[in-house]
Design a protein around this ligand. Structure first.
Ligand code: GTP
Length: 358
């Protein structure tokens, strides 16, 4: 029999665009330590829950092998939390004892946390838990320097998880990042993301487990106050950032697409905060997922199948100060022109650095 706490802790998994939140969550969702957890995410498709799935409760909610309930947030976060609470009260879902929210990469963590404090219903049933922030070892330093959202996410963290250290060629860059994080948030516990860790218990478990593991107790985490204390004020949120989707019905030529993306990132990589998508390639049965973060393009991944009935290519861009129409025109001119039937090969992640025009 699960004891439902009087105030259910709500943990926040945040981190700048493409910093590895979903990758971390995907690994954690298999961990039995996350049983009795309700996880709120933006889209099931992104995490690829098929291997963990036990039962689909409805369009927005699934039950996973680990025992946790996973829900997508459509609309307001407060509505999603109220819905979870109400279903738990009525015995419609397993009685979760903690909530983990994966925020979007541009989310300011403060409003998310203050929702718990200010909402007239939620404040009686939930409390703020830990804030876990992923920081990309390759792009993290420039993101902290440029984007207030990134600074806020790191400054408010109780746990800083450094991702992509395997792609860091220069140890000095990593040392600079760690030193910057230390200035911003000296109290947070740091962990390097890898196949084996950090585990769910360390990130979202109870404090006794952490103390037993000999870990320090970061300020703001164990206190009774419903909201962690902010440690740094960022500048106003950026207004030059925009996002858009390129959707294409006909199969895409991989070579043309590769040339276009490489040239785009060579020229404008620092302004392409995030590109991710699923591509239907000429001559390929299976879709290919691509991920890019500024100048870094991760190796393309062949997926086992399409996540939904939709079979067309979709590319989501989040850009800072780039002319969207120009970008779309160059996509039409380069990526959709010609076909050589060459397929993407798994290879090392590519960083584009020279300056050529798309
Ligand atoms: N080499 C390497 N790649 C990583 C690591 N963590 C994440 N990635 C890759 O980085 C890309 C982006 O990772 P995601 O987990 O989607 O990042 P995210 O923070 O959820 O992205 P958004 O939700 O779009 O902000 C993917 O291609 C991942 O495979 C890591 O530690 N090492």
């Amino acid at each position: 029999m699960v004891d439902i706490p009087a105030f259910t802790p709500v943990h926040l998994l945040t981190g700048f665009l493409g910093s590895g939140k979903t990758t971390l969550l995907k690994r954690l969702l298999a961990d039995p330590a996350l049983a009795d957890t309700a996880v709120l995410i933006n889209e099931f498709g992104e995490v690829g829950l098929d291997h963990h799935l036990v039962e689909r409760i409805d369009d927005t909610m699934v039950l996973l092998q680990s025992g946790c309930v996973c829900c997508t947030v459509r609309g307001e976060l407060s509505d999603a939390l109220r819905d979870l609470h109400s279903r738990r009260e009525r015995g419609l879902i397993p009685p979760f004892t903690r909530v983990v929210i994966e925020s979007t990469g541009l989310a300011d963590p403060f409003p998310v946390l203050s929702t718990l404090k200010s909402d007239p219903v939620l404040r009686h049933h939930f409390r703020a838990g830990s804030v876990v922030t992923t920081v990309d070892a390759v792009n993290g330093l420039s993101q902290l320097d440029t984007y207030a959202e990134s600074t806020r996410q790191a400054a408010i963290a109780d746990r800083l998880v450094i991702t992509k250290t395997d792609l860091c060629e220069d140890g000095a860059d990593l040392a600079r990042l760690l030193s910057r994080l230390n200035e911003l948030n000296p109290d947070a516990l740091r962990a390097i993301a890898g196949e084996d860790g950090p585990d769910a218990e360390i990130l979202f478990g109870e404090d006794t487990a952490r103390r037993a593991a000999g870990l320090q107790s970061p300020s703001g985490f164990y206190c009774d106050a419903p909201m962690p204390t902010a440690r740094a004020d960022g500048a106003a949120l950026h207004t030059t950032i925009s996002s858009f989707v390129i959707a294409v019905d006909e199969p895409i030529d991989w070579t043309g697409f590769g040339v276009w993306l490489t040239m785009l990132l060579n020229r404008h990589g620092s302004r392409v905060l995030r590109v991710k998508g699923i591509l239907a390639l000429e001559g390929e049965e299976r879709p290919v997922a691509i991920h890019g973060v500024q100048h870094l393009v991760h190796p393309p991944v062949h997926l086992a199948g399409w996540p939904s009935v939709e079979r067309s290519s979709r590319l989501v861009f989040i850009v800072d100060g780039l002319d969207v129409n120009l970008l779309k025109r160059s996509f039409n001119a380069f990526a959709l022109a010609g076909s050589t039937g060459i397929r993407p090969q798994p290879e090392a992640a590519v960083q584009t650095r020279s300056a050529q025009s798309p």
